[in-house]
Write a protein that binds this ligand. Sequence first.
Ligand code: FES
Length: 107
Amino acid sequence: MAQVKMTVNGKPASGEVEGRTLLSTFLRDGLGLTGTHVGCDTGQCGACVVHVDGVAVKSCNMLAAEAEGASVDTIEGQAGADGSLNVIQQAFQDHHGLHAASARRAW
Ligand code: FES
């Protein structure tokens, strides 16, 4: 087990992970950010995309340890302070995107 620290949606986040823990698993199971979905777990569908230091990455293809010290943005971080949806979240909801289910939950 190793300690990882990163900034998630503008807030400090940390946790204990195994070396093989995927970033998607850490976000979902470690931080409860279930807006990051796991569709295929093979890097094909894009349901797990988050931004790491401003670059879109498939979090099922990245180890949590690789995000050490990085700034990670998930769909939850896109909500307004009052919980209102931003344009991307609204588009997911309007078109039944996978990220819409938990898009309203700000973290
Ligand atoms: Fe499909 Fe990551 S879960 S690309």
